[in-house]
Design a protein around this ligand. Structure first.
Ligand SMILES: [Zn+2]
Length: 118
Protein backbone atom coordinates (compact mmCIF):
# COMPACT_ATOMS: atom_id res chain seq x y z
CA UNK A 1 0.00 0.00 0.00
CA UNK A 2 1.23 3.46 -0.79
CA UNK A 3 1.16 6.63 1.21
CA UNK A 4 -2.16 8.32 1.79
CA UNK A 5 -3.12 10.55 -1.08
CA UNK A 6 -2.56 14.22 -0.50
CA UNK A 7 -5.73 15.37 -2.16
CA UNK A 8 -7.93 12.78 -0.53
CA UNK A 9 -11.36 11.78 -1.58
CA UNK A 10 -14.00 14.28 -2.39
CA UNK A 11 -17.72 14.14 -2.74
CA UNK A 12 -17.15 13.25 -6.38
CA UNK A 13 -15.35 10.08 -5.29
CA UNK A 14 -18.25 9.12 -3.08
CA UNK A 15 -20.58 9.61 -6.02
CA UNK A 16 -18.28 7.46 -8.11
CA UNK A 17 -18.46 4.71 -5.52
CA UNK A 18 -22.24 4.88 -5.41
CA UNK A 19 -22.41 4.79 -9.19
CA UNK A 20 -20.13 1.77 -9.32
CA UNK A 21 -22.15 -0.07 -6.68
CA UNK A 22 -25.41 0.70 -8.44
CA UNK A 23 -23.92 -0.52 -11.70
CA UNK A 24 -22.69 -3.69 -10.00
CA UNK A 25 -26.14 -4.32 -8.55
CA UNK A 26 -27.71 -3.75 -11.96
CA UNK A 27 -25.24 -6.09 -13.61
CA UNK A 28 -25.75 -8.76 -10.96
CA UNK A 29 -29.52 -8.62 -11.13
CA UNK A 30 -29.36 -8.73 -14.91
CA UNK A 31 -27.27 -11.91 -14.94
CA UNK A 32 -28.78 -15.04 -16.36
CA UNK A 33 -28.76 -18.34 -14.53
CA UNK A 34 -25.55 -19.26 -16.28
CA UNK A 35 -23.54 -16.04 -16.59
CA UNK A 36 -20.79 -16.02 -19.16
CA UNK A 37 -17.15 -15.43 -18.32
CA UNK A 38 -17.56 -12.01 -19.88
CA UNK A 39 -20.48 -11.15 -17.60
CA UNK A 40 -18.48 -12.23 -14.58
CA UNK A 41 -15.42 -10.26 -15.67
CA UNK A 42 -17.46 -7.12 -16.17
CA UNK A 43 -18.99 -7.51 -12.72
CA UNK A 44 -15.59 -8.11 -11.15
CA UNK A 45 -14.22 -4.99 -12.87
CA UNK A 46 -17.02 -2.82 -11.54
CA UNK A 47 -16.75 -4.30 -8.06
CA UNK A 48 -13.00 -3.88 -8.02
CA UNK A 49 -13.40 -0.27 -9.01
CA UNK A 50 -15.93 0.20 -6.21
CA UNK A 51 -13.57 -1.49 -3.78
CA UNK A 52 -10.66 0.74 -4.75
CA UNK A 53 -12.80 3.83 -4.46
CA UNK A 54 -14.21 2.69 -1.11
CA UNK A 55 -10.73 1.95 0.20
CA UNK A 56 -9.63 5.48 -0.59
CA UNK A 57 -12.55 7.04 1.25
CA UNK A 58 -10.98 6.45 4.64
CA UNK A 59 -8.00 8.66 3.88
CA UNK A 60 -10.30 11.69 3.94
CA UNK A 61 -7.65 14.27 4.81
CA UNK A 62 -9.52 17.38 3.90
CA UNK A 63 -13.12 17.46 5.11
CA UNK A 64 -12.75 20.96 6.54
CA UNK A 65 -10.86 22.35 3.58
CA UNK A 66 -7.75 23.15 5.61
CA UNK A 67 -4.29 21.62 5.56
CA UNK A 68 -4.87 19.64 8.78
CA UNK A 69 -8.20 18.16 7.75
CA UNK A 70 -9.36 18.96 11.27
CA UNK A 71 -12.81 20.41 11.84
CA UNK A 72 -11.70 22.21 15.00
CA UNK A 73 -8.35 23.49 13.73
CA UNK A 74 -8.56 23.44 9.94
CA UNK A 75 -5.71 25.89 9.60
CA UNK A 76 -3.64 24.70 12.55
CA UNK A 77 -0.22 23.10 12.36
CA UNK A 78 0.22 19.73 10.68
CA UNK A 79 1.86 17.12 12.89
CA UNK A 80 5.42 16.68 11.58
CA UNK A 81 5.20 12.98 12.37
CA UNK A 82 2.23 12.57 10.06
CA UNK A 83 3.25 10.25 7.26
CA UNK A 84 6.64 9.55 8.85
CA UNK A 85 7.47 5.90 8.13
CA UNK A 86 10.16 5.75 10.85
CA UNK A 87 7.92 6.92 13.65
CA UNK A 88 4.32 6.49 12.51
CA UNK A 89 1.49 8.03 14.44
CA UNK A 90 -0.70 5.65 16.43
CA UNK A 91 -3.94 4.54 14.84
CA UNK A 92 -6.68 7.14 15.12
CA UNK A 93 -4.28 10.06 14.98
CA UNK A 94 -4.85 12.64 12.30
CA UNK A 95 -2.81 15.35 10.69
CA UNK A 96 -3.70 18.04 13.22
CA UNK A 97 -0.84 18.72 15.62
CA UNK A 98 -3.10 20.30 18.21
CA UNK A 99 -5.45 17.31 18.32
CA UNK A 100 -2.59 14.83 18.25
CA UNK A 101 -0.97 16.58 21.19
CA UNK A 102 -4.23 16.31 23.05
CA UNK A 103 -4.42 12.60 22.17
CA UNK A 104 -0.84 12.06 23.28
CA UNK A 105 -1.56 13.62 26.64
CA UNK A 106 -4.72 11.56 27.05
CA UNK A 107 -2.94 8.37 25.96
CA UNK A 108 -0.08 9.00 28.36
CA UNK A 109 -2.36 8.72 31.36
CA UNK A 110 -4.13 5.33 31.15
CA UNK A 111 -1.23 3.40 29.60
CA UNK A 112 2.39 3.06 30.64
CA UNK A 113 4.65 4.59 28.01
CA UNK A 114 5.36 2.17 25.19
CA UNK A 115 8.33 4.02 23.85
CA UNK A 116 11.75 2.77 24.91
CA UNK A 117 13.34 6.17 25.03
CA UNK A 118 11.88 9.62 25.16
ZN1 LIG B 1 -7.36 19.71 15.55
Amino acid sequence: MGAPTLRGMSYADLRELQTALTLAADLASGLQQAPSRQDADRLVDVLRHALTTAGSLGSEPDPAGGPTGCAAHPHGAVDPLYGDPEDPLPPGYGKCLLCNDRRRRADARPHPPLRRSA
